[in-house]
Design a protein around this ligand. Structure first.
Ligand code: DP6
Length: 329
């Protein structure tokens, strides 16, 4: 076999990985917890070549958008592949191709899914070529972490918790969540998340951050265990606002939030106040808003999202497939 492919989903953290104790190995300052976005995936293909070194190229395959990767991005991706080759006894050179099933301009970072897919592809290659050592998915997650921290949670398809070397799957009664991405800004970020990890430590609010995130994680796990959706919403809101406050009080300060992100956050709060129910809201290192819904909230989601599109007629919404047909415009 001279070619192999693997896919991995993107993920959205409710407790954020922000701040590192090691920038070279992506060791997090605090534990994090995410939900995998199984409808937003990356695929990586490895093809053995006689060429003198590894190289990257965009994947040309139906159903996938070929990404554009800067020189720096390609080097980072291939460096991780080199690391995986050394860990998994892979010899020879390869053409590494990658693609995403979501367009580059859709505001979803592809680093978590693509580094996780690369790790899985390297593992499949190693297994198919006689690598004898067995490795659990948690150990592979630890390898993926070294490429891009948040990718270690993309080895799992539901809730994933990352504390030390790698992530592990968590089972909570709240499963099969639906996801809506509210696209408010599709420009490339001026401050990368790797840079954000460095900058946040200069914020006076970084003091106590590890304790705050750790406490919230504990509370979130308790809320998820007991299916206390409102608490999940409250903890998640506090957490992403905490992370964005760190960005905005760093030295020098930077911000991903814009007026629309603030408005949507406010409307979600008002919706919860009037309905006593609503979506879990969070933001990544960007201006876009992620909403998570329980499967029984379709009617509620319709109400909220139709008033959202009335107020912001140009907004683009991206839904997980369970609901995509219900919201097709
Ligand atoms: C804001 O995993 O992109 O999305 O380890 O430097 O590649 P590197 O950083 P990255 O950081 C993601 C940060 C975040 C929060 C999260 O996903 O937990």
């Amino acid at each position: 076999m001279s070619r192999i492919q693997a896919t991995a989903p993107s993920n959205i953290a409710l407790i954020k990985y922000m701040g590192k104790t090691s920038h070279t190995e992506n060791r997090p300052s605090n534990p994090s917890l995410s939900w995998s976005l199984n409808h937003l995936t990356s695929v990586v293909e490895l093809e053995a070549t006689e060429e003198p070194s590894d190289r990257w190229e965009p994947l040309d395959q139906q159903g996938y958008f070929a990404p554009t990767l800067s020189e720096k991005g390609q080097t980072r991706f291939l460096d991780h592949f080199q690391f995986l080759k050394s860990q998994l006894g892979i010899e020879g050179h390869f053409i590494v191709r990658s693609g995403n099933n979501f367009p580059a301009d859709c505001g979803v970072a592809s680093s978590a899914s693509s580094f996780a897919a690369l790790t899985k592809a390297a593992w499949s290659w190693a297994k198919a070529n006689g690598f004898e050592k067995d490795m659990t998915v948690e150990v592979l997650s630890g390898l993926s972490r070294q490429g891009s921290g948040s990718s270690c949670r993309s080895l799992f398809s539901g809730w994933a918790r990352w504390e030390g070397e790698g992530a592990e799957e968590c089972l909570f009664p709240l499963q099969n969540l639906e996801h809506t991405l509210v696209l408010l800004d599709e420009e490339k970020k001026e401050v990368s998340s790797s840079e954000a990890h460095k900058r946040v430590t200069s914020s006076p609010k970084f003091q106590g951050r590890v304790e705050r995130a750790t406490k919230r994680l504990k509370d979130l796990e308790e809320a998820l265990k007991n299916s206390h959706w409102k608490q999940v919403y409250q903890i998640s809101l506090e957490e992403f606002e905490d992370m964005h406050d760190l960005f905005e009080t760093s030295d020098p300060p930077f911000s991903y939030r814009n007026q629309h992100s603030r408005d949507v956050t406010q409307w979600v709060t008002e919706f919860w106040n009037s309905e006593g129910d609503g979506p879990v809201i969070t933001m990544d290192a960007g201006a876009n808003i992620h909403l998570l819904w329980r499967p029984d909230q379709l009617k509620l989601a319709r109400n909220f999202l139709s008033s959202l599109t009335d107020r912001l007629p140009t907004v683009r919404l991206l839904h997980s497939p369970g609901w995509e047909k219900d919201f097709r415009q």
